[in-house]
Write a protein that binds this ligand. Sequence first.
Ligand code: ZN
Length: 153
Amino acid sequence: MAVRQIRILPDPALRRKAKRVSDIDKSIQGLVDDMVETMQVAPGVGLAANQVGVGLRIIVVQLPDEDVVVLINPEGVKRGGERLCEEGCLSVPGYQGELKRSVWVKVKGLNRHGKEVRLRGEKLLAQVLEHEIDHLDGILYVDRLENRDKLAP
Ligand code: ZN
């Protein structure tokens, strides 16, 4: 396992739409291990593969005192509600802003063994899942701010 360098805005890797993973081979397993370690060392609650410069649809999420969630080719299935969130991003260090996120989301994807998993997240977990899946489409939270003037260090 190794800590990889996190790409910082305006790195173009953050704006590219990531491609689906077709084969969960050894290199993908290594990438997932590195992403988990990179997220934990940062520390952060989530990381998308393009944040370490790899244009593949993989996210890792870990809320405080919870297990690591690995989702390969994650997709939002359903979402509901709306709430105002404070948010930051490892690729936009030192800043926070306010935006609206869903109260709950249902997502599906593959786990690291290639098995389909479905996950329902509320509040912070929903927020992180939406944030990380956005990354895979080249979208950053700063694109969704309620009021750009409120982006604050
Ligand atoms: Zn982020």
